[in-house]
Write a protein that binds this ligand. Structure first.
Ligand code: EPS
Length: 352
């Protein structure tokens, strides 16, 4: 049984971000141009900060692909951090380079700084910021782009849409909200949806809690940095009668069809053949130019939080990261259901 697995490594201002993907069968087409387009999408969006002007994220595939196709061996992806040039001494691995140039002790409320410093016993919160930063989502999107390309070979496609940013509900209003936040040194979150289409019926299962696809998707999306809620389908069901909410079934050309999709493509923890619709909410980014009140963990005095260059709003990027997270879950399910060692045998099972 195949299992799509990967690990990522890398600090925000370290040399590079790396991922090793394991469990990919041989023969699937992988084009680095597609990965780079996805990386570009993650870097864009209204409200992104100065770091995105420094980076031009591009992937290097250093193993597992030959002549455009997977070999069945681990696939390694690398993205260089261009900004590392300016951080070499600060991020040095050698004791003799120890310096406090970018150290800080004034925790940012809403970030990993406080709990991270206690958990890992660090005085310098830089040690927490570096890995807790959303920078690591660049390599996650690269892994997602590998998964998406394979899903495409099964005819599965995805898109995402921003629903709300702050109080704004249209693109014009999104921009106005972001401008307003930027002007006063504040940040904004928002709400977005991700849709996957053309999924086969029966991915996931109802037989155990940890095989339910909605549960797996919720875990994958809830752990996207700053995401605070995830829902599948119409999340206003609590206000509706069952007769209004559930998607009735009809027969058309000998097939079962639906006229609504309040279930968002999942019933009983399994895909039901309708589009998978996932909605998520991102909280505002916790690094603010207008600092929040906090405590300096070295003096234990009240103070203003540390500020470092940040985005005003990264909801568009967050949607791209969420697309990637869902791609991992779906590809893993596909590879379990239509298991095989090479693309031909897997696609043949799939088409049957
Ligand atoms: C990010 C890179 C980071 C931040 C941002 C997201 O780079 P830097 O810290 O050098 O500006 O811009 O991350 C956060 C603000 C955060 O709180 O995690 C990226 O590549 O997306």
């Amino acid at each position: 049984m195949n299992k799509f697995r990967f690990l990522t490594a890398g600090e925000s201002h370290g040399k590079c971000l790396t991922a090793i993907i394991e469990g990919l069968p041989s023969g699937f087409e992988i084009n680095p141009d597609f990965i780079n387009e996805e990386l570009k999408r993650r870097q864009m969006g209204y409200g992104r900060g100065a770091r995105m002007q420094i980076e031009c994220d591009t992937v290097e595939i250093t193993s597992g692909v030959r002549f455009g196709k997977t070999l069945g061996s681990p696939v390694t992806l690398v993205i260089q951090n261009k900004d590392y040039e300016n951080w070499q001494k600060i991020m040095s691995i050698y004791t003799e380079d120890l310096n406090s140039e970018k150290s800080f002790t004034k925790c940012r409320p809403g970030h990993a700084d406080y709990a991270g410093s206690i958990k890992y016993n660090f005085k310098d919160l830089r040690n927490i910021l570096e890995r807790s930063s959303a920078r690591k989502t660049a390599i996650e999107v690269a892994v997602g782009a590998v998964a998406k390309q394979i899903l495409n070979q099964f005819g599965i496609k995805c898109y995402s849409e921003i629903i709300q940013i702050g109080q704004g509900r249209t693109e014009e209003e999104f921009h106005a909200e972001i401008d307003r936040a930027k002007e006063v040194g504040d940040t904004l979150g928002g709400k977005f949806k991700v849709v996957y289409e053309n999924l086969p019926v029966g991915l996931g299962s109802y037989v155990h809690w940890d095989r339910m696809l909605d549960g797996k998707i919720a875990q994958a999306v809830m752990s996207v940095p700053a995401v605070k809620s995830v829902s599948i389908g119409n999340n206003h069901g609590y206000k509706m009668f069952g007769s209004e909410f559930h998607d009735e079934m009809f027969r058309e050309d000998g097939k079962v069809v639906r006229k609504t999709n309040n279930a968002g493509g999942i019933e009983g923890g399994m895909t039901n053949g309708e589009p998978l619709v996932v909605t998520a909410v991102m909280k505002p980014i916790p690094t603010l130019r207008k600092p929040l009140k906090t405590v300096d963990l070295s003096s234990m005095e009240e103070c203003e939080a540390h500020f470092e260059r940040s985005d005003t709003c990264a909801v568009e990027a967050c949607a791209v990261v969420t697309e990637a997270r869902i791609a991992y879950v779906l590809l893993d399910e596909i590879l379990m259901k239509f298991s095989g060692d090479n693309s031909d045998e897997i696609l043949e099972k799939y088409r049957k």
